[in-house]
Design a protein around this ligand. Structure first.
Ligand code: HEM
Length: 421
């Protein structure tokens, strides 16, 4: 892409409606002219945006940037309005994304024992079954909203199954999660009530499972967490509830958007989509694997990594940062950096040199990446195989994107296709 001309193209306005629809031109400008840029967020808080790949990767691994919100030098006028997780829900907030070593190291080791690649691999038939059941529900209709009918329910049922939430309770989770996603995930009103209900439910489930746990049985994630803590590794019941909650929370809207943004990108790039469909039709999976990684790079679910705060003076990309300053690493900007990726604005499903930051980097690297890959690949491959003439059923300019700070995703994705009786 042509480099922006700073004289003819002034600094872009961030966080507007146009920006939510297509933030990439603004990110190109920032990478070029203000790669570490101090800005006032819609909440009123000031933060540094890091947009170049090299700086972003370094910042994500820099332990002088803490995840603990206690390090935030919060200005009085913004108190309680910043969207930064505070002390209010302390029990649920002591989770992986809000803590530093040594607590982070201990909790991550514990959950890694329960959330293994083997467990995820064993889960593949269930993800396939869920995917097919969801498609069955609209396949004969010829139209669907792929966000509400497909991308949204799949990850919530998948993670509930994995955690060991009984099937008869999973629709409650679907409703609570729906409330959170519809209202942008902020801790207000109905969202706060949903979080509270989820928390109460999880605490009770952990309690029940602990009481009835057999030594080797119950191969679900919550039982695995309890077993780890009962073997003297110090996971309190609160920490177990916070862990279950973050697995749900981190693994839900992200995966909705991987499927939503991914299918949208394929529908808008018919040549790439056709290549993928042809390769899947002859049973090849290489292009699917590189393709889902490319979809994460090209228009990933996590636009900006979660909050980080400077614990001491430091320099990022030549810019001096004061202790207490919030630093936001813009993954979506870094993953389109022409210094790192050839033709970064082109979707190339076969891209091999693709060390994107869509799952983060360093000690907080996405714990659920194997599950997300499994869900993303299964959802996209099955949808294209079962509804081969899938088309967008809306003008792209009419589609609405959610305007949150961290996540990037569509509100709806209307499609049409030849109905399958
Ligand atoms: C962390 C992305 C799916 C669980 C992260 C981070 C990113 C990310 C960028 C790091 C955030 C930071 O450093 O500030 C994604 C994407 C997903 C996805 C793009 C889907 C496509 C999942 C799933 C789960 C999950 C399915 C679990 C079921 C977690 C957890 C962390 C995390 C627990 C915190 C790890 C830590 O702090 O040590 N994810 N995620 N994620 N993710 Fe994911």
């Amino acid at each position: 892409m042509r480099a922006p001309d700073p004289v003819r193209e002034p600094a872009p306005e961030l966080f507007t409606w146009e920006f939510a629809t297509d933030p990439y031109p603004a990110y190109a400008w920032l990478r070029e002219h203000a790669p570490v840029h101090r800005t006032r967020l819609p909440s009123g808080v000031e933060a540094w945006l890091v947009t170049r790949y090299a700086d972003a990767r370094q910042a994500l691994a820099d332990q002088r940037l803490s995840k603990n919100p206690a390090h935030h030098d919060e200005p009085a006028h913004a108190k309680g309005k910043t969207g930064i997780p505070g002390e209010r829900k302390a029990e649920l907030m002591t989770h992986l994304l809000n803590i530093d070593p040594p607590d982070h190291t201990r909790l991550r080791r514990l959950v890694s024992k329960a959330f293994t690649p083997r467990r995820v691999a064993e889960f593949a038939p269930r993800v396939q079954e869920l995917t097919d059941q969801l498609i069955d529900q609209f396949a004969d209709r010829g139209t669907a909203d792929l966000i509400h009918e497909f991308a949204f329910p799949l990850p919530i049922y998948a993670i509930c199954d994995m955690l060991g939430v009984p099937r008869e309770d999973q629709d409650d989770f679907r409703d609570w999660a729906g409330m959170m996603i519809r209202h942008g995930g902020g801790p207000r009103g109905g969202v706060a009530r949903s979080v509270k209900k989820m928390r109460g439910y999880l605490a009770e489930l952990i309690h029940r499972k602990r009481a009835g746990l057999r030594q080797d049985g119950d191969d679900d994630l919550i039982s695995g967490l309890i077993r780890a803590s009962d073997h003297g590794e110090h996971l309190t019941e609160n920490e177990a509830a916070a862990m279950a909650f973050i697995l749900l929370f981190a693994g839900f809207e992200t995966t909705v958007n991987l499927i939503g943004n991914g299918i949208y990108a394929l529908l808008r790039n018919p040549v790439q989509r056709e290549r993928l469909q042809k390769s899947l039709a002859v049973g090849e999976t290489d292009l699917l694997a590189t393709g889902v990684e490319e979809l994460l790079r090209y228009d990933g679910p996590v636009e900006i990594a979660t909050w980080r705060f400077a614990t001491e003076e430091l320099t990022i990309g030549g810019q001096h940062i004061e202790p207490g300053d919030p630093v936001l690493v813009v993954l979506a900007a870094a993953d389109r950096d022409p210094e790192r990726f050839a033709e970064p604005d082109t979707l190339d499903l076969a891209r091999r040199d693709n060390q994107h930051l869509g799952y983060g980097h360093g000690i907080h690297y996405c714990l659920g990446a194997p599950l997300a890959r499994l869900e993303g690949q299964t959802a996209i491959a099955t949808l294209l195989a079962r509804l081969p003439d899938l088309q967008l059923d809306a003008d792209p300019d009419d589609l609405r994107w959610r305007g949150g700070l961290i996540m990037r995703g569509l509100r709806t994705l209307p499609v049409r296709f030849t109905s399958q009786p």
